[in-house]
Design a protein around this ligand. Structure first.
Ligand code: FMN
Length: 318
């Protein structure tokens, strides 16, 4: 059962996932106005005082949009909190979410009861992202409301499991909100996620190739020109396994076929593991890149996904 917040104002069962460096208010607002949940990582607001300004701006602009378009209200937004010892801002950033009653908080890398309790105190919900069934179970026991199953092929940090296996195992014991992530780049993919047992799709990579994304043009272009075979899975850059564009690794002077393994204990979101800075110079992307053919406005991307979703449903029903 989906709570109303994940259903009522949505044009498509989609959460646009938070993207380090790339998601900022212009992208999040465009996503919400297009009818999918928009999201950004709290850490993208720098210095940390900027988070207060961003949340004020987003809250005001969405309220203004809803007043002007009562028939087509914007979808709600989400803030991503990295719950990891390297994130020294967590307490501050969480206080800001409480101050602005952020409707959806997405927690990554650590499930902590205090984070869930803080969000529940004002009626918000927490979705926790996981790469396996054990972490999923632990997150729900600690009070998360829903799960994001990050399967093989997802952009950024990704797990090794097939989406079929991951969703099936979680659905054996969990009937709450379940989102599926990993290489979903078409409306048919969104419908497939639902057919598999997920409630919604969690989509990142296609939103990098949009006008509103805060990524350099060469990165957006490389997304449109790459295929699944151009994605490299490595833990070298951040200490955690993730998917990256081969072209960006080559451009940084490294051999994508011969990357050494990293030491996970050195993971730090602020520091480079190599001379090139992960996320800034080494560009994350999922195996679904092949579905992204052009850089377009967010509204156009969501329009395509909706059209394809409808066509896929009609095709199956016929
Ligand atoms: C460039 C990039 C940056 C990301 N940054 C974050 C982040 O800051 N926090 C987070 O929880 N997930 C992050 N992710 C993972 C996404 O939220 C999501 O799991 C992923 O994009 C879904 O797979 P897809 O890209 O194949 O659609 C990132 C992904 C990419 C591609």
């Amino acid at each position: 059962m989906l709570p109303p917040i994940l259903k009522d104002k949505l044009r498509l069962p989609v959460v646009a996932s938070p993207l380090f460096i790339i998601s900022h208010p212009a992208l999040t607002l465009a996503q919400c106005k297009a009818g999918v949940v928009g999201a950004f990582p709290a850490l993208n607001a720098r210095p940390e005082s900027q988070l207060d300004e961003w949340l004020a701006m987003i809250t005001e602009e969405l309220a203004a949009h809803d007043a002007a378009h009562p028939d087509q209200p914007a979808a709600p937004f989400a803030v991503n909190q990295i719950v990891h010892t390297s994130n020294k801002r967590l307490e501050h950033d969480l206080m800001m979410c409480v101050k602005y009653k952020v409707p959806i908080v997405i927690s990554s890398l650590g499930a902590v009861p205090e984070v869930n309790a803080a969000v529940h105190s004002y009626g918000g919900i927490v979705l926790h992202d996981v790469i396996n069934n054990r972490h999923a179970n632990s997150a729900i026991r600690k009070g998360a409301d829903g799960l994001i199953a990050v399967a093989a092929g997802a952009g950024g940090h990704a797990g090794p499991l097939s989406p079929f296996a991951l969703v099936q195992e979680i659905r054996e014991w969990f009937d709450g909100p379940l989102l599926l992530a990993g290489a979903i780049g078409t409306g048919g993919g969104i419908l497939a996620a639902q057919a598999m047992g997920a409630d919604m799709a969690y989509i990142g990579t296609p939103f990098i190739a949009t006008d509103e994304a805060r990524a350099v043009d060469a990165y957006k272009r490389m997304i449109t020109e790459s295929q699944a075979a151009d994605i490299v899975y490595s833990n070298y850059f951040t200490g955690i396994h993730g998917n990256y564009l081969k072209g960006s690794i080559l451009a940084s002077g490294m051999d994508p076929e011969n990357l050494p393994a990293a030491d996970p204990s050195k993971m730090d979101f602020d520091k480079a593991v190599t001379g090139a800075k992960a996320w800034k110079d080494i560009w994350g992307a999922g195996q679904g890149v092949g579905a992204v053919k052009a850089v377009v406005p967010v509204a156009e991307l969501v329009g395509r996904l909706e059209r394809e979703y409808r066509e896929a449903r009609n095709r199956l029903c016929a």
